[in-house]
Design a binder for this molecule. Structure first.
Ligand SMILES: Cc1cc2nc3c(=O)[nH]c(=O)nc-3n(C[C@H](O)[C@H](O)[C@H](O)COP(=O)(O)OP(=O)(O)OC[C@H]3O[C@@H](n4cnc5c(N)ncnc54)[C@H](O)[C@@H]3O)c2cc1C
Length: 444
């Protein structure tokens, strides 16, 4: 098969790039092919918390996250496909702050508002109003993002891959890429489990596998691969006794209270997009019992998932994460010590969860570059070899911008969706001296 562009990996990044690129190319003459070794979304993307917050230390990244959130908010209305977008709001608790940090924290609202991100700074009383029953000290502060929320990663992957196919991209599953063929320092093709693909443009979007895959080709990315854990607790069913404070105050209106409360503050296009998003959701589907809680003090992210009838607790402090060389290693289950720690952190912040059953656990992998920025761009010394990886725990927040920007880059157009210099692989020394740059096509 001949392809204009071949993508290694059918996760969020590979399928999003394929979708954006296919919109700009003639699928018959310039095929875009995704080769996925397993099923679409079977890597980190299908196991993600997929929370969409816009709070970033770097205001430019916050702008990318803002663009992505707008994109997802209007997605279902535009495409007719559900991605399970839940605009339940995100509360970020920064933890203990020094007086100087607290003053800086309270000043940030203006910077975010200047780029169109709505924030509410909350004190302890405001927090208790937003999240009834939350346990916080009297001097607590937090940020509430009323427009933010999360996606259902499985639905999102199904929707994005269907749109990629609809626009002409070819998505091959069970198609492991064994080797990128490089001749005279230029990409000439791929060797896959389903035969050879002739192409001059290869994008490695292999997520946690990117480091080892590229290393086999003489490209050393300084990525840290972390095996991270998630603990799942039954969702609170009701708040009849008033102690399950993570629920809305009125237990007779659990499915609507939160969303109505948030939605009534919106005006203009955003209201329309939100209304549309809600209409496209199954009307019997319940809403989250509370906003997403990003609790930096206790090191957990808490996300209530009506679609799975559970609440997910994710170790954002990485206290229980381990460095691994390979994603396949010990992928089975989390440790008892993590489960006990996650449960304690959850109950300290949201005592309404006390006594609710543990309903499972999960592990997945995150890729981190030393500067915690993604690595996106063409590899020096291997023309036509592109890499898109290193998103840590925030790939969903950036994916629409990355898809758009990569399609611009690969078509040789000016890039408006992000600053390519910021993410370039050449900020690290990645090509080994002994890189097999002269490997002949067909040589194995
Ligand atoms: C526990 C957890 C929670 C997270 N929470 C959030 C969050 O709240 N918000 C947020 O924005 N982001 C979050 N993320 C991050 C986000 O999920 C990831 O950044 C994103 O899913 C990465 O997508 P990807 O396409 O790069 O990788 P992946 O989804 O891992 O896709 C890579 C694909 O490549 C395939 N592959 C690998 N090698 C080969 C090969 N040789 N041939 C063919 N195919 C190959 C794999 O099978 C895999 O499907 C979280 C991540 C984790 C792990």
């Amino acid at each position: 098969m001949k392809a204009k562009t071949a993508i290694v990996g059918g996760g969020l990044m590979g399928t999003t790039i394929a979708w954006h690129l296919a919109q700009r190319t003639d699928g018959l003459r310039e095929a875009v092919v995704v080769c996925e070794k397993g099923e679409i979304g079977s890597g980190a993307s299908g196991r993600s918390s997929a929370v969409l917050s816009q709070i970033h230390a770097d205001i430019k990244l916050a702008g990318m996250a803002r663009d992505s959130l707008k994109f997802y908010a209007g997605f279902e209305g535009r495409s007719g496909r559900s991605i399970g977008f839940q605009p339940c709001g995100v509360v970020t608790l920064p933890g203990k702050l020094t007086p100087e940090e607290r003053a800086r924290f309270l000043e940030q609202e203006a910077a975010y508002e200047a780029i169109g991100i709505r924030l509410e700074l909350l004190d302890a009383e405001g927090l208790r109003r937003r999240v009834p029953g939350i346990a916080v000290d009297s001097d607590a502060v937090a940020v509430f993002e009323p427009d933010a929320g999360f996606l259902d990663p499985e639905r999102a992957m199904a929707a994005i891959s269907a749109l990629a196919r609809d626009t002409g991209a070819v998505l091959r599953t069970g198609c492991e890429v064994d080797e990128v063929l490089i001749e005279g320092g230029r990409v000439v093709g791929l060797e896959t489990a389903q035969g050879r693909v002739e192409t001059n443009q290869v994008v490695v979007a292999a997520g946690p596998w990117a480091r080892s895959f590229l290393s086999r080709h003489g490209v050393e990315l300084p990525l840290r691969l972390l095996r991270t854990h998630q603990h799942h607790v039954a969702r609170p069913k009701q708040c009849a006794d008033g102690t399950a404070g993570s629920c809305p105050a009125d237990p007779t209106d659990l499915s609507q209270t939160w969303i109505r409360g948030f939605g009534s503050q919106h005006v203009g296009r955003e209201v329309l997009e939100r209304d549309l998003a809600e209409r496209f959701m199954d009307e019997n589907e319940e809403r989250p019992r509370h906003p997403v809680i990003v609790d930096r003090e206790h090191g957990v992210l808490v996300r209530c998932e009506p679609a799975r009838d559970r609440t997910r607790v994710h170790d954002i402090a990485k206290r229980h994460s381990e460095d691994v060389a390979d994603p396949e290693v010990e992928a089975s289950s989390t440790s008892h010590s993590f489960d006990a720690w996650a449960r304690a952190a959850l109950e300290r912040r949201l005592p309404g969860y006390r006594g609710l059953a543990t309903v499972g656990s999960d592990v997945s992998w995150e890729n981190h570059a030393p500067d915690d920025l993604p690595i996106i761009g063409e590899v020096e010394g291997a023309e036509g070899l592109w890499v898109v990886t290193g998103f840590g725990p925030r790939g969903y927040e950036f994916a629409p911008s990355i898809g758009e920007g990569m399609a611009q880059l690969l078509s040789g157009r000016p890039v408006s969706a992000f600053d390519p210099q910021r993410f370039t692989p050449s900020r690290f020394q990645v090509r080994r001296e002994d890189a097999p740059a002269g490997r002949r096509a067909g040589a194995r």
